[in-house]
Design a protein around this ligand. Sequence first.
Ligand SMILES: [Zn+2]
Length: 235
Amino acid sequence: MRHLRNYLVLVLLFSLFSVLFQHKIYEAALKNRLSAESTDNEKFRAEFYSDAMRKDRELLSESCLSFLSAVERDIRYFPIPLSEADSSLGTSYVDSWMGAREYKGKGVHEGTDIMADKNERGIYPVVSISDGTVTNLGWLEKGGYRIGITSPSGAYFYYAHLDSYADIKEGDTVIAGQFLGFMGDSGYGEEGTVGQFPVHLHLGIYSFEEGKEISVNPYYVLLALEDKKLKYYYI
Ligand SMILES: [Zn+2]
């Protein structure tokens, strides 16, 4: 009888300990999330759109939640359609957020690179992830031929290193899935420079808060769009 009592006390203590411990973990997680008052927060930016973030959305501050919801509302298609004609024309990407980059000094990677399996400029079409307005179009030393599209909810999508543009200009309205241009390897030099790196699309996603442009990791957004690939005919 005494043994049983001791046993029960132990079980009780253990359960109490587990509950307390779990509560501590939960509290720590809560604190971590809530500390992201603004979208300008390392953790928020790095884990943007991850399953965990979208699930625990009640833990996000107002501005973080509003940006997350904006992107959720606006994204429709993966930026590179599948080729209906040649299934070997695949693409791939990894989470390279904040990876080291070097061009005229040290930098960090504020985007995701979608690499072309076939390293040839001008083959893969790039389409708009969302509806929006073309707010930037033209050469940037780092980004090469780039397009910036502001979606209806105010998220900014940046497509860089294009080979050429579709027939669009700044101020135009585009719809999700619309052809923007061909993937290329432009950039890292004066206008027209190509071949400084393999053919890829650099995708950036930005929020604007109090006049400040804040990049977030596009990796989880792309993962969420994996089953939203259009089919285009290209070889
Ligand atoms: Zn990049």
